[in-house]
Write a protein that binds this ligand. Structure first.
Ligand SMILES: [Ca+2]
Length: 263
């Protein structure tokens, strides 16, 4: 009888795991004992979403990258847990969209304050070039469209887009071949909004007490992967195959909870 119950429980875990993937299977320590009826560990208090480096668990799974794009689970490189997501695009001698992204829908609404953490990796031989390679972005959902993008261009981590915030946030000159931890705070408010960015634990950008709103939409989605924006209208300035790796993604109500090093 006991054996049967254990088998049932394992089956439940597998089924649930297949459904939600890394979404709710917490690697964190907070509330490690808390489990719901389905046997899945609950998210720690203050955490709204997390993914430990699997394409399952994101709301656009199964993803459909544009053109010859790839979005897949890999075992190396990995920031934690022996797994991560590779987002790859290949130029095919035509313009238009080159997206390969995991997407989480409706991650934040006007009036809310959220911290988005993840670690990204580009290969040691990544060639710096003067085209925007976006690795995460936040987009209004209704009506949808681009807003703020975070990207690599030359040897810099930058933000920009129609959201009204553009900056060179950090140098990544010596960070190729390493996992770069990035936490982005977005507070949507008409007068007391905020955008703040930490790179490898250091606050590199901060705008507070300003208007931060996703234009005409009340909510945004979070996209993480690769989007070779420069290839829309021009051939590659760098290699025609580019990959950005992603791991340990989390949305939380504080920097400490969202920081990939902390969970
Ligand atoms: Ca991982």
């Amino acid at each position: 009888m006991l054996r049967k119950r254990i088998r049932t429980r394992i089956h439940l875990l597998c089924v649930t795991g297949a459904l939600v993937g890394g979404l709710t299977l917490s690697g964190g320590t907070a509330e490690a004992g808390a489990r719901d009826d389905a046997g899945v560990r609950a998210l720690p208090a203050g955490v709204y979403f997390q993914n430990e480096g699997t394409v399952q668990g994101w709301s656009n799974y199964p993803q459909k990258p544009q053109k010859q794009g790839v979005i897949r689970d890999v075992t190396t490189p990995a920031y934690k847990g022996g797994n991560a997501i590779e987002a790859k695009q290949t130029y095919i001698n035509e313009g238009g969209g080159y997206h390969s992204e995991t997407v989480q829908a409706s991650t934040q609404a006007v009036g809310q304050d959220r911290y988005y953490g993840q670690a990204i990796y580009v290969a040691p031989n990544w060639q710096f070039h003067n085209q925007n390679v976006t690795f995460q972005q936040w987009s209004p959902e209704d009506p949808e469209g681009p807003w703020e993008l975070m990207f690599l261009q030359n040897d810099e981590l930058r933000i920009g887009g129609s959201g009204g915030f553009s900056a060179n946030v950090a140098k990544v000159t010596d960070l190729r071949g390493t996992w770069i931890r990035i936490v982005t705070r977005l507070k949507f408010h008409a007068t007391d909004g905020a955008i703040e960015i930490w790179v490898n634990g250091v606050k590199k950008y901060s705008k507070t007490g300003v208007t931060v709103l996703p234009k005409t939409s009340k909510t945004v989605r979070w996209s993480s992967g690769i989007y070779c924006t420069g290839w829309r209208e021009n051939p590659p300035a760098g290699p025609s195959e580019l990959s950005v790796f992603h791991d340990q993604a989390r949305i939380a109500n504080s920097y400490g909870l969202a920081e990939p090093a902390n969970w």
